[in-house]
Ligand binder design. Structure first.
Ligand SMILES: Cc1ncc(COP(=O)(O)O)c(C=O)c1O
Length: 362
């Protein structure tokens, strides 16, 4: 018989459930696509499948721990030094490494809420305190986020476009915000959906990190490049940030198939980006249809649209104002221990161009 006493684990583990991926839905006619993790609906290109199949014959060997060839390919593609690139097990793996790199007792991590579901869990696991700043108009409230910075803030996520809302922050307001962040605090621009952005006012994080030692950009091969199953993401940042990420890396964490597939996908980029264009067109169509039916759907620059559910939120416009009610609630929500909700004061200077998101789409 098993004894009644089980091993003791960190108490923080009692505060959240394991990550739950989105449901897989099968339509009777077999025409459904699983998109609930915002992945690509398209199968990988035949040229990419071919290199994966070739590499499969050598998986008795460990992968290249430094992902050297892939690092160089990314560096060449984005016009940055290879020493500014770190490859990880998905961009979520890199986010975890970054949090571990800053996570000491008392450290705070700041992010908008809602935003990417993994930020709270990874922050808890790294032993840092999450400070969540409610979205304003479904997008980052950068003025409130700037006000929430303390001398304990070690890392700030700005998810652009934001998951799950698809909304964006524009160059002027982001530059204003970056100017408000102390130099010893890392800003992580999480750009998992950057290939889907068509709003010309949204900055490419890689243009912002160059003269900012405390700014890192996360990108992924999971969405536009269609390699979610192989788990490859990358970070572009200055060398001290890359070094910190290398130190917190689990050995061999980027697998051999992922490395060759990512290189092949970069080579096939024009073809892959045609598929992205098809998704962008569909996003415009879907949002247009939903708006026409009276739903509230924020402008999206990602590969998904955001419908607020629950608490009366799923209702066509006019019958109620669920989003406003929901927002009010978020401002007083203090659910998890170890997490501080910032109420979003707007005292102090405001960023320029805090206008509603551009709705410009091709
Ligand atoms: C904003 C954001 N960042 C990071 C990720 C993680 O992507 P991956 O770990 O597959 O690179 C996702 C996935 O949904 C995301 O939405």
């Amino acid at each position: 018989m098993v004894s009644a006493q089980f091993p003791r684990f960190r108490s923080i583990l009692d505060q959240f459930s394991p990550y739950k991926p989105g449901h897989t839905v099968s339509a009777p006619d077999g025409r459904s696509f699983k998109l609930s993790s915002n992945e690509s609906p398209f199968a990988p290109l035949p040229s990419v499948v071919k290199v994966i199949a070739e590499a499969a014959g050598q998986v008795n060997r460990y992968p290249d721990n430094g992902s050297v060839e892939l690092t160089e390919a990314i560096a060449a593609r984005f016009g940055v030094p290879a020493s500014h690139v770190a490859v990880g097990c998905g961009s979520v793996g890199l986010a975890q490494q970054l949090l571990e790199a800053v996570g000491e007792p008392g450290a705070e991590v700041l992010y908008a809420w809602r935003s990417f579901e993994s930020y709270p869990t990874l922050s808890d696991l790294a032993g840092v305190t999450s400070v969540r700043v409610p979205l304003r108009g479904e997008t980052h409230d950068l003025a409130a986020m700037a006000d929430a910075i303390t001398d304990r803030t070690r890392l700030i996520f700005v998810c652009n476009p934001n998951n799950p809302t698809g909304t964006v922050v524009h160059r002027a307001e982001l530059e204003w915000f970056l100017g408000r962040v102390p130099e010893d605090c890392l800003v992580v621009l999480d750009e998992a959906y950057s290939e889907y952005v068509r709003d010309a006012g949204v900055p490419d994080g890689i243009s912002l990190y160059r003269d900012r030692a405390n700014t890192a950009v996360l990108r992924t091969f999971s969405k536009a490049y269609g390699l979610a199953g192989l788990r490859v993401g990358f970070m572009v940042a200055h060398e001290p940030v890359v070094d910190a990420v290398r130190k917190t890396k689990l050995p061999f964490t980027v697998n051999a198939l992922g490395q060759v597939a990512a290189i092949a996908s970069l080579e096939a980029e024009p073809e892959l980006l045609e598929r992205v264009e098809a998704v962008v067109k569909e996003r415009v169509r879907v949002r247009g249809e939903l708006l026409a039916q009276g739903w509230t759907v924020p402008p999206t620059e990602a590969n998904f649209v955001w419908l607020r559910l629950g608490d009366g939120g799923l209702r066509p416009r006019g019958s109620e104002r669920p989003a406003a009610r929901h927002r009010r609630r978020a401002r007083v929500d203090r659910r998890s221990r170890g997490q501080r909700h910032f109420a979003g004061g707007r005292q102090g200077v405001s960023p320029p161009a805090l206008s509603p998101d551009s709705d410009r789409v091709p």
